[in-house]
Design a protein around this ligand. Structure first.
Ligand code: ATP
Length: 346
């Protein structure tokens, strides 16, 4: 049996079924992200696991024990929220010690654990400060230490990075992942940021309208989305109209050039029009030897992002995105210019 299981969970608020038949098994030490747009039910699932909401139907087990009817404080769960969740009138050390104090741990044990936790998050010297004397990123690290101090069996993170600026956000997400792996703690992370979810998760649950649309490793979710919603929500898509040439081999025609799609045989007849979605990396700037098709595109927008340049272009009547690596000796194409684009269906 998996370490944490959710079976046919449902949550109804008034007339509104916000979580519908949600089942998920999480292995010990796994890092799972619940990813989806605002209002899809991510936080509600997390709150049911925490014990802040009781399910309208279904059950939850942790380490083989049914916790569905247990109060939040009997579940041995650590939780970290968006921001501003520290006690403002307590020092950093007292914040971290809070859960242990509630549990009745003796002072010497608390002090040792606080020192250990502050060292873990890299704030060993700041135990005497108050939250208002810390940056947002430091406050969130203290919140993480506070959640972990009582040695919870599950860690629940509800958009803990969303109030931070971009750089701090990336560095803290890496630190969270590193600490999670070091401790081997089973973790569920709620986010609506697909890049964040892909970069730190063992598996991602893509939620849509209260159900799990797809569960899988980031590589699988990105490369083999099972629904149109997942394909659109995770990553960027370029959508083209193509004409089917040979359904058996997956051969299609785009603007007079052939492409072979990986999903052969195609569920369409020769001559029919299909809508095909390609990731930006299937389109490459320039004339490449392994390309199947070579088309001309007109550049409509250029985003210089550092190591990568993302171009928007008009290609065979479709508005597309494609990426190219920065080369210090070659300035990026300019808006309005024509570029050659190599395409591969696979
Ligand atoms: P967000 O990213 O915006 O936090 P979410 O995916 O976490 O979204 P939830 O917070 O789980 O979504 O909310 C799902 C739906 O349930 C929303 O439509 C919300 O308005 C509704 N909802 C949540 N809590 C309650 C409540 N206590 N009473 C009534 N409706 C609620």
């Amino acid at each position: 049996m998996s370490f944490l299981t959710m079976t046919h969970l449902e949550k109804i608020f008034g007339q509104n079924r916000v979580v519908k038949d949600f089942s998920l098994s999480v292995e010990k030490g796994e890092f799972i992200s619940l990813l989806g747009p605002s209002g899809c039910g991510k936080t509600t699932v997390l709150r049911m696991v925490a014990g802040f909401e009781s399910p309208s139907a279904g059950g939850i087990t942790i380490d083989g024990k049914d916790v569905t009817g247990l109060k939040a404080n009997s579940r041995n769960i650590g939780m970290m929220f968006q921001a501003y969740a520290l006690f403002p009138n307590m020092t950093v050390a007292d914040n971290v010690a809070f859960g242990l104090k509630v549990k009745g741990a003796p002072k010497a044990e608390r002090d040792a654990r606080v020192a250990e936790m502050l060292a873990l998050i890299g704030l060993a010297d700041l135990g005497g400060r108050f939250p208002f004397q810390l940056s947002g990123g430091q406050q969130q690290r203290v919140a993480l230490a506070r959640a972990l101090a009582p040695r919870p069996s599950v860690l629940l993170l509800d958009e803990p990075l969303s109030a931070l600026d971009a750089k701090v956000r990336v560095s803290l997400r890496n630190q969270i992942r590193q600490i999670q792996q070091e401790l081997g703690i089973t973790t569920i992370f709620v986010t609506h940021d697909q890049e964040e979810a892909m970069s730190i998760s063992d598996r991602i649950v893509v939620m849509n309208g209260g159900v799990a649309d797809q569960v899988g490793a980031p590589f699988e979710i990105y490369n083999r989305p099972r629904t149109r919603f997942v394909a659109n929500f995770v990553g960027t898509l370029n959508t083209f109209e193509v004409e089917v040439a040979d359904p058996a081999s997956g051969r299609v025609m785009l603007a007079g050039q052939g492409l072979t799609l990986p999903d052969a045989p195609l569920a369409a007849r020769a001559g029919e029009t299909l809508s095909v979605a390609l990731r930006p990396e299937a389109l490459r700037l320039g004339r490449l030897p392994d390309a199947e098709a070579l088309l001309t595109a007109k550049v409509t927008d250029v985003h210089f992002m550092g190591s990568v340049i993302r171009l928007k272009a008009d290609l065979a009547g479709a508005a597309v995105s494609l990426d190219t690596f920065n080369r210090p000796d070659t300035p990026p194409p300019v808006v309005g210019s024509e570029v050659e684009v190599s395409l591969s269906g696979r």
